[in-house]
Design a protein around this ligand. Structure first.
Ligand SMILES: CC(=O)N[C@H]1[C@@H](OP(=O)(O)OP(=O)(O)OC[C@H]2O[C@@H](n3ccc(=O)[nH]c3=O)[C@H](O)[C@@H]2O)O[C@H](CO)[C@@H](O)[C@@H]1O[C@H](C)C(=O)N[C@@H](C)C(=O)N[C@H](CCC(=O)O)C(=O)O
Ligand SMILES: Nc1ncnc2c1ncn2[C@@H]1O[C@H](COP(=O)(O)OP(=O)(O)OP(=O)(O)O)[C@@H](O)[C@H]1O
Length: 498
């Protein structure tokens, strides 16, 4: 490809070209990481949180960059290669990377799911249903990336950066996937990671308080999520939780929007929800007037929404609803989402591990638990470090309101001081209700199990499926479910009152 072609392709995104020279340089790869830069590469300079490659322009030229794309001034007279100034380097990275990989998403039916909570559940459910129709699908998200037989666990980001994304799309087409189902985080939308691709279906589950460390305001967070709908293919459809999202905020024609929820106006309406410890069932009324009974092992009103999202999306892709319902009934759930630790039942109480780490998710978790529990709710939770501090007291308020005993502990403090996180949490807790502060998570879980009587439920929230905790610079193995099992197996036996 030649630089002039890039400039033409980027159109209005180009602000200025300096050092144009007489030759139109040709390059064979677009690179944005100096560590991978080779001769005959076009280099995109990005200012990140840890590294700013605008500052090493001279070195980039020496290493063989035939031209640079930049968004900040490069004032180094020794840099003589052409510099294309653009408004957003990350946007250009996304666009050019997809161009280099020849837009593999065009050969796939692409489904993007955004929202504060529910993304992993919805994407995994859709993946499960499509698999049970023997359709080949790729799944990209927080827990794992699956492409064909390849499973990549613990991905660095929920939504990959442009290069990784393009590679996953390319591999999907190579392995003959038909569907590409992915979680699309607000960070990725805000940072233009997915700007190069287009979706056949965009789903939004809800937007509630989270990530206000990264997003300056809630409005910015909300608007980032809405960007998903500007990335729909020409006839792409939006599947929207009509109870939570104002469809007027989605700027596509109404006939391309399908809603779901409990509300009377919903295209896919949930009715007669019945929840038990082993699962739930409800009816879905479709926009075509038909009505279908859904049984699922997932539990909770929030999961009824998640299922309805999957149903609406799949039905809009012309899958038969009775078949969808059958496939949903065999879905075992997502690890770490309202997951019972079955080993506890023999002691007469329940233990549930859940990934709730926002005020809204905690509320949904506790309300569901309350419906199932005659005894007390004993909640163990903390808050992650390096993330939205403002949500901490709000999480505690909700916790105090809906549980009987709250045990505040460490979640994933990272570089933050665990004591400070606990102070933030404690500031929101109801001081007139029983609560404990036990920084060590294993000890907190152990105490919760010791406090539990028959018919109580111990809820361990925040880490879900995760199998590590980051304390300072150290990453230690830690999985809530395993820890519960270990405690029940050993130490706990001595504490239990028979
Ligand atoms: C704040 C944030 O989102 N950071 C993301 C960002 O990193 P960054 O821009 O800060 O990276 P950087 O290290 O400063 O590098 C900047 C640029 O210089 C280049 N570089 C770097 C080093 C070098 O020697 N030479 C060089 O050229 C890099 O290739 C990059 O292009 O771009 C990286 C590549 O896309 C991401 O992996 C990284 O996510 C970090 C790991 C992260 O934790 N992000 C979280 C906040 C996040 O995005 N989370 C959401 C989900 C949240 C949720 O839903 O709960 C997600 O989608 O994952
Ligand atoms: N539709 C929903 N509404 C509110 N809370 C939900 C909903 N679905 C799931 N949750 C809560 O959020 C937690 C995480 O669910 P899930 O992993 O599906 O969401 P996510 O959007 O992928 O989360 P994250 O972005 O943090 O990875 C669940 O354990 C549950 O507590």
């Amino acid at each position: 490809m030649r630089l002039s072609q890039v400039i033409e392709l980027l159109g209005n995104s180009v602000l200025q070209v300096v050092n144009p020279g007489n030759v139109d340089p040709e390059f064979d790869h677009i690179e944005s990481d100096s560590r991978g830069l080779k001769e005959r590469n076009l280099f995109i300079c990005i200012k990140g949180t840890n590294f700013d490659s605008h500052l090493i322009a001279r070195e980039l030229q020496r290493k063989g960059a035939v031209a640079l794309v930049a968004e900040m001034p490069i004032e180094d007279e020794e840099v003589v290669v052409p510099i294309v100034y653009v408004k957003s380097s990350r946007l250009v990275e996304a666009l050019l990377t997809m161009e280099e990989y020849c837009h593999p998403y065009r050969k796939l039916t692409t489904i993007g799911v955004t929202g504060t909570n529910g993304k992993t559940t919805i994407t995994t459910l859709i993946y499960h249903v499509l698999s049970s129709f023997e359709r080949k699908a790729s799944l990209i998200g927080t827990v794992r990336n699956v492409v064909g037989e390849n499973i990549y666990t613990n991905p660095k980001n929920t939504t990959p950066g442009p290069v990784e994304l393009a590679k996953l799309l390319q591999l999907s087409t190579k392995l003959k996937s038909e569907y590409f189902i992915m979680e699309v985080s607000s960070h990725s939308l805000s940072m233009n990671r997915v700007e190069g691709m287009r979706f056949d279906v965009g789903i939004i589950s809800n937007v509630t308080r989270d990530h206000l460390d990264f997003h300056p305001t809630f409005d910015d967070y909300y608007r980032s999520k809405m960007k998903l709908f500007s990335l729909l293919k020409t006839n792409g459809i939006a599947v929207v939780n009509g109870d939570k999202i104002n469809i007027a905020d989605i700027h596509i024609s109404r006939n391309r929007i399908t809603t779901y929820g409990f509300g009377d106006e919903s295209d896919y309406r949930i009715e007669n929800l019945d929840i038990s410890r082993t699962g739930m069932d409800f009816t879905i009324q479709t926009p075509y007037g038909s009505s279908h009974r859904i049984y699922s092992r997932l539990i909770g009103e929030h999961n009824a929404y998640n299922i309805a999202a999957a149903v609406a999306a799949l039905n809009s892709l012309n899958y038969d609803l009775d078949h969808i319902a059958k496939a949903i009934s065999s879905f075992g759930g997502v690890p770490g989402r309202f997951e019972f630790v079955e080993e506890a039942t023999k002691y007469g109480f329940d233990v549930v591990v859940d990934f709730a780490h926002t005020p809204d998710a905690l509320e949904k978790l506790l309300k569901t638990a309350r419906r199932l529990t005659p005894g007390r709710l004993i909640l163990v939770f903390g808050a992650g470090g390096s993330a939205d501090k403002g949500k901490r007291p709000l999480m505690s308020e909700v916790s105090s309101k809906y549980s009987d005993v709250v045990i505040l502990t460490s979640d994933d403090p990272k570089l933050d001081d665990p004591a400070e996180i606990l102070q933030d949490l404690e500031s929101g807790v109801d001081k007139f209700k029983p609560y404990l502060v036990i920084p060590d998570r294993r000890e907190a879980i152990s105490v919760a199990l010791t406090l539990a009587n028959r018919q109580d439920m111990v809820l361990i929230a925040g880490r879900g499926h995760e199998d590590f905790q980051i304390l300072g610079e150290k990453r230690i193995p830690f999985n809530d479910k395993q820890v519960v099992k270990d405690i029940l197996e050993s130490k706990f036996r001595r504490h239990i009152k028979k």
